[in-house]
Design a protein around this ligand. Structure first.
Ligand SMILES: CC(C)(COP(=O)(O)OP(=O)(O)OC[C@H]1O[C@@H](n2cnc3c(N)ncnc32)[C@H](O)[C@@H]1OP(=O)(O)O)[C@@H](O)C(=O)NCCC(=O)NCCS
Length: 150
């Protein structure tokens, strides 16, 4: 079983399994330029996700949540990575890479080993290189990602 101690983070940073509070989640989405969500929408991340992790930064006077990622899935074969976010002040230190690797390790450890997990995500421009480096490929032309028009 993967443990948060398996990953070495830069000093002052700590890795945790689980999810940020609703307030921290909404603040982190806002700080990273992700689309705003409501508190009721955010309340479901801790109950509706399959696995998540987040990173805290020790400010010297306390700690604040500066990064996260989560997996929505059935635990069997279908896993979708969502909410990859690292606060702009803490980007480009390898933290996003650690979050992604933690999520992937958990999936690979927990998913049944008699078949391959299907792991998907929608990549924003900022995350593309990170995802390519970690083995993701574009689904097109074989498949086309789609969202329902709102
Ligand atoms: C995408 C995102 C999560 C990446 O987080 P991050 O912590 O900056 O990611 P990393 O630090 O692991 O990698 C980013 C870059 O920093 C580089 N880097 C890592 N450690 C470094 C260091 N110590 N010094 C300098 N550069 C470093 C990496 O090589 C990588 O470079 P590349 O983009 O040229 O390949 C972050 O940019 C983000 O939150 N963006 C806004 C929200 C968003 O768009 N999320 C994605 C939704 S799909």
């Amino acid at each position: 079983m993967v443990s948060s101690d398996d990953f070495v983070l830069p000093q002052e940073y700590s890795l945790h399994f689980g999810y940020p509070s609703v307030t921290d989640y909404l603040d982190l989405r806002s700080a990273t330029g992700l689309s705003p969500k409501t508190p009721s929408q955010a309340a479901a991340i801790s109950t509706g996700s399959w696995f998540g992790c987040y990173i805290t930064f020790d400010t010297g006077h306390g700690s604040e949540i500066i990064g996260m990622g989560r997996v929505i899935g059935d635990g069997g074969w279908y896993f979708h990575i969502a909410d990859m976010a690292v606060h702009p002040r803490h980007q480009k230190k390898g933290l996003g890479d650690i979050v992604l690797k933690v999520l992937l390790q958990r999936i690979n450890q927990e998913a049944p080993n008699d078949g391959k997990p299907y792991i998907s995500l929608f990549a924003d421009e900022a995350g593309k290189r990170l995802y390519f480096k970690n083995g993701f490929v574009e689904a097109a032309p074989g498949q086309l990602g789609m969202v329902l028009k709102s």
